[in-house]
Design a protein around this ligand. Structure first.
Ligand SMILES: [Zn+2]
Length: 215
């Protein structure tokens, strides 16, 4: 199963994705995480990418397509994978389709988590991420057991630089103009499935599983 999870920033893509990959035992491919890892490892691709991320901009298509190509051609992504946070533009989607075609495969489903801007603002400002393992929490919807401490690895939780109000506003604007057209792109391919994201984390997850068990 090769799937893509979409939705505006703050819709819970990351948290849902980590639960899905656990259930179906598939690698999760998050460009955001790969860029952060590359940045922490002082790799030039990570340093370049972080310049965009810090401004709340999308990382350029060239850099993004390259990091995805490197990852998707690894052995563990041969039969199953989940893409989280990529593609974000139609140009990237076309590059992805070309790459998959070269690999003689295709996407099976695109899950789109729908949410309103009000809900997204509230959620993103309440989001906290683990410094060590990258697990994400919400102060209201998915609280850590111990305040400011990661449940999984006891790492320290922090607010990502791109989760501040101004940056969130910018990311939502970018989503509307650059990422939303992707919904049409995948709808035309007949692989788009919409899920209501304005419910509890577990209810959203159950709706996604209903879709995935059907394909
Ligand atoms: Zn952690």
């Amino acid at each position: 199963m090769k799937i893509l999870v979409m939705g505006p920033p703050g819709a819970g893509k990351g948290s849902q994705s980590s639960k899905i990959v656990e259930k179906y035992k598939m690698p999760s491919i998050s460009t955001g995480q790969m860029f952060r890892d590359a940045f922490n490892a002082n790799e030039s691709i990570g340093i370049e990418a972080m310049k965009f991320i810090k401004e709340g901009d999308l990382v350029s298509d060239d850099i993004t397509n390259e990091i995805v190509r490197l990852r998707l051609t690894k052995k563990d992504a041969e039969t199953n994978f989940l893409l989280d946070g990529y593609p974000r533009t139609v140009t990237q989607a076309v590059a992805l389709d070309d790459l998959l075609e070269e690999m003689d495969t295709k996407l099976d489903a695109v899950i789109n988590i729908l949410s309103s801007h009000d809900v997204l603002f509230e959620r993103m400002e309440q989001r906290r991420v683990c410094k060590v393992c990258g697990a994400s929490y919400h102060l209201r919807f998915k609280k850590p057991v111990v305040d400011k401490v990661c449940d999984k690895c006891s790492g320290e939780l922090y607010q990502r630089q791109d989760d501040t109000h101004e940056s969130v506003k910018r990311r939502l604007e970018i989503y509307e103009t650059k990422t939303k057209p992707l919904l049409d792109y995948y709808s035309k391919q007949g692989i788009l499935y919409n899920v209501n994201g304005m419910q509890s984390f577990d209810a959203v997850y159950e709706d996604i599983i209903l879709v995935l068990d059907e394909i």
